[in-house]
Ligand binder design. Structure first.
Ligand code: GTP
Length: 598
């Protein structure tokens, strides 16, 4: 084959606009997957993804397509994760393509993730083909949405396809457009080998399986290869294409996409973004843009049953085999016992990991409120990065702190601009820009501390806009902040797992809200319990939980015995998830109280 016959493309879209459904239709139309084998949403292979309807890990498929002009083409669909937590993976998989299909739901319009993905795609120099999906819906407004695409993205929509991935309407035209508008890869087979890794996963039998795109040269089976950034050599045991099941081939030329098995033991050795070259004939320099994905959001994970600590360690080790961006370190807490401080790329990543731990590994976990990493600059001119608020040194040692910020973009119906600006400002947002996109929709851009974003911000954006606003964020760097350590003492004992770092101006109001919330969450005991918010040794807010144990049967006069049993059982289950602080039983929700403050 020649590169002229190859098209490498991806599909980008806001969540739920129909990316996976369109991918399925394309696979069916090209007979890549037979209708019988077609599980709905073939590409989202993990169960969790199917259930939540989101794409987490990249999946790729090669399709053979005979165009109306009679020529045969190879279309490589490179699936990209939709969420910004994985934006580094998104940008690597975009680089592997020459073009992108931009799917926009014709009943919704351009949303925040649409824009974020378009920015990434145009930075990578991709040809972008806009497509309106869901035109079968009575609520579809193709004219309005086309206008939004023109005004917000600046793409010409005069030839824009109007499709329904659900009914199949006009989907075959998408294939024609791919061949017609997306350029073929350059023919660079005579150069020394350079192939970009855009995904990898761990297989218990074969070691790491790497997905790559060849840019220069030819990748063959049975050659000694080198990973240029990790500086390690391996033997290419098997090279093949994803059709979409793995089919071995002898060689892949420049422009092609495939998989490689090379006896690689961990995904850390074959990271996304690394360049494969030949050990004996290496290229001069690696493909650009390699970086290690760094965790930005942290939380403590503790087994509610101390005996499960080793199980938790094993489960994290296994997850890490497949997810090089997950980090964890053992940590001990006087309140929670032994557990791990884990680092994640973002909130969604954190949720996915926690859910997999409980679902796939059957672990019953207590998690703390998420926090971010802070740079601490000390008076003795040294500095440190802390991942747990408890690690913040004594105030007299600290010169100043820096915290991570994000660039946040919210797209909303104009009527909610007021409440959303109020919310963002109360979360220390720094206004950057406001644009009226169309008569009824507005884009707001803020710089916002990541710490404010991880505590429940997204839910509040949704509730203040009745679910209509969408948001997306990108890391924008560290900034100095006037921050203090807020600690909580229950029954006179400081609880390390409830410690947080907050802005000095907000410390009093947060301390008050937090102690009030804890008063609601911690059940009454035989004695009176003081709950105090403290900065250093200074008490800045204080509540009391009155004595007397909560009697779950109190409201159950007479009644039938099975109902009583049920209540008692429920209480017993609740207890399992409790942690004792001194003599006080604290339920697991209390450790996440920060997330439910008004
Ligand atoms: P992520 O994987 O989370 O990014 O979502 P997605 O963009 O892949 O969306 P998905 O394909 O899962 O579709 C979301 C929902 O829209 C599903 O319930 C689909 O059945 C539905 N849907 C997709 N295309 C169409 C369409 O053309 N018409 C209608 N009526 N519904 C559609």
């Amino acid at each position: 084959i020649s590169p002229q016959q190859i098209r490498n493309f991806c599909i980008i879209a806001h969540i739920d606009h129909g990316k996976s459904t369109l991918a399925d239709r394309l696979l069916q139309l090209t007979n890549t997957v037979s209708n019988r084998d077609m599980k709905d949403q073939f590409l989202d292979s993990m169960d969790l993804e199917r259930e939540r309807g989101i794409t987490i890990k990249l999946q790729t498929a090669r399709m053979n397509y005979r165009a109306p002009d009679g020529n045969e083409y190879i279309l490589n669909l490179i699936d990209t994760p939709g969420h910004v937590d994985f934006s580094y993976e998104v940008s690597r998989s975009l680089v592997a393509c020459e073009g992108a299909i931009l799917v926009v739901d014709a009943s919704q319009g351009v949303e925040a993730q649409t824009l974020a993905n378009v920015y990434l795609a145009s930075e990578s120099g991709l040809e972008i083909i806009p497509v309106l999906n869901k035109v079968d819906l009575p609520s579809a407004e193709p004219l309005r949405v086309k206008q939004e695409i023109e005004q917000m993205i600046g793409l010409d929509t005069s030839n824009c396809l109007e499709i329904s991935a659900k009914t199949g309407k006009n989907v075959e035209k998408v294939l024609e457009y791919i061949v017609k508008y997306i350029p073929p890869p350059k023919d660079r087979s005579s150069f020394p080998l350079r192939a970009l890794i855009f995904d990898s996963y761990y297989d218990a039998f074969r070691g790491v399986v790497v997905y790559f795109r060849v840019f220069d040269g030819i990748l063959e089976t049975g050659k000694k290869i080198r990973l240029m950034n990790s500086q390690k050599d391996f033997e290419s045991v098997q090279v093949g294409v994803l059709a979409p099941h793995q089919v071995p081939v002898e060689r892949l030329i420049s422009g092609e996409v495939g998989y490689l098995v090379a006896g690689i033991k961990t995904v850390q050795d074959a990271r996304v973004g690394d360049t494969i070259t030949l050990a004996h004939q290496p290229a001069d320099c690696a493909l650009p843009g390699y970086k290690e994905a760094k965790p930005m959001v942290f939380c403590g994970l503790y087994p509610s049953d101390a005996d499960q600590f080793e199980d938790l360690r094993e489960a994290l080790e296994k997850l890490k085999l497949n997810d090089s961006s997950l980090s964890y370190e053992p940590e001990s807490s006087s309140a929670m016992g032994f557990g791990f401080r884990c680092g994640f790329l973002g909130l969604l990543h954190m949720e996915i990991v926690c859910e997999r731990l409980s679902r796939e590994y059957g672990l019953d976990l207590v998690t703390t409120s998420p926090s971010v990493g802070y740079y601490v600059y000390l008076h003795d001119n040294s500095s440190m990065l802390i991942q747990n608020p408890c690690e913040l040194p004594e105030p007299h040692l600290v010169d100043y702190l820096e915290e991570p910020y994000v660039r946040l973009e919210i797209i909303t119906p104009t009527e909610y601009v007021g409440p959303l600006m109020e919310l963002t400002q109360s979360r220390r947002g720094i206004f950057q820009d406001m644009k009226y996109i169309t008569a009824t929709r507005t884009s707001l851009v803020y710089e916002l501390p990541l710490a404010e974003l991880v505590t429940n911000f997204f839910d509040l954006v949704k509730s203040r806009s009745r679910g209509y606003a969408s948001m997306e964020y990108q890391w924008s760097g560290y900034r100095r902040g006037d921050l203090v350590k807020l600690e909580v003492a229950v029954n006179g004992e400081k609880v390390d797992a409830l410690c947080s770092i907050v802005h000095r101006d907000k410390a009093y109001s947060i301390a008050r809200a937090l102690t009030e919330r804890l008063k609601e969450l911690i059940p009454r005991q035989q004695f009176r319990i003081p709950v105090q918010g403290m900065i250093g040794n200074r008490v800045i807010a204080s509540e009391h939980i009155p004595a007397l144990r909560k009697d779950v049967l109190a409201k159950c006069y007479g009644g039938d015995i099975s109902r009583k049993k049920k209540l008692l059982k429920k209480q017993a289950e609740g207890k399992k998830r409790m942690k004792a602080i001194g003599k006080v039983d604290v339920p697991q929700e209390a450790f996440r109280a920060m997330l439910s403050l008004k």
